[in-house]
Design a protein around this ligand. Structure first.
Ligand SMILES: Nc1ncnc2c1ncn2[C@@H]1O[C@H](COP(=O)(O)OP(=O)(O)O)[C@@H](O)[C@H]1O
Ligand SMILES: [Mg+2]
Length: 242
């Protein structure tokens, strides 16, 4: 077990001073314990970690957007047409914080829509804290892309397939389209799909909505197609019916 001082040194190696301040502030509000931080994934735009939240005796997930290396030009391009961020100005920090805030808002909508997704807890600057999807010991649930569909029995396969496309439909009904859906953004918990990574999600009613919805359906179906399961027409019908 590393000491909290050592972990803190590690944080300094990964994050800039502003981000560390934000983490410290959230930790002082008892949103998580700083010395329990443990890395899950390092992506292009964000670092995902888990930590314990003692007062609730639970594990939380933290998504920390990189302030210095994230491609904020690309991020701005993808957020500028979202009417909820119409007044956003093209400044690095502002755009990255808007991205974190958008994911937080979207996770709330996903919850309201009644789909399986992490419950959002708080967003501050470039740090989003949400429900951890995994085991108590800190092991996150596997990504769908790493799950072998043939391990499911017939009933489980059917339920899983239906649940994926019903969830896409439920989001649309709540005026949201994920926008980056595929087996790389779905976790498998108790044989059910949990959608994650909502930072791209935009209102279905905005001008790219329908196009993104169709793309999500296609990209999600690719996983089933690879396993020779179901048809695209069937998948689309399930989603459209919601
Ligand atoms: N709430 C969560 N609980 C457990 N693991 C998570 C959670 N959110 C993300 N992860 C893990 O972190 C990885 C990256 O998260 P994601 O939101 O997809 O970010 P990105 O793809 O932008 O790097 C996921 O593939 C998943 O393994
Ligand atoms: Mg992802």
């Amino acid at each position: 077990m590393r000491s909290s001082k050592e972990r803190f040194k590690t944080l300094h190696g990964i994050f800039d001073a502003f981000t560390i301040k934000t983490l410290q502030s959230l930790s002082s509000k008892q949103m998580f314990e700083l010395d329990t931080l443990s890395p899950i994934s390092e992506g292009k735009e964000a670092y995902v970690l888990s930590a314990l939240r003692e007062i609730r005796e639970e594990r939380v997930a933290l998504k920390v957007y990189f302030l210095q290396t994230a491609d904020f030009n690309k991020m701005y391009y993808y957020i500028k047409d979202d009417p909820r961020f119409a007044s956003l100005i093209k400044k690095r920090r502002k755009v990255i914080m808007a991205w974190a805030s958008r994911e937080h808002k979207n996770l709330h909508i996903a919850r309201e829509a009644g789909i399986l997704s992490p419950t959002p807890y708080i967003v501050k600057n470039n740090v989003l804290i949400m429900q951890f999807i995994g085991k108590e010991d800190g092991k996150p649930c596997p990504l769908l892309t790493n799950v072998s569909f043939s391990d499911f029995n017939e009933k489980e396969k059917e339920n899983f397939f239906r649940e994926c496309f019903r969830s896409i439909g439920k989001l649309r009904k709540h005026d949201l389209v994920h926008g980056d859906l595929s087996s790389f953004n779905v976790l498998v918990k108790d044989d059910a799909p949990v959608f994650i990574d909502f930072s791209h999600a935009t209102p279905y009613s905005c001008h790219m909505g329908k196009q993104l919805y169709e793309r999500d359906l296609k990209n999600m179906f690719q996983y089933f197609n690879k396993h020779r399961y179901g048809s695209f027409e069937e998948a689309k019908k399930i989603a459209d019916k919601e």
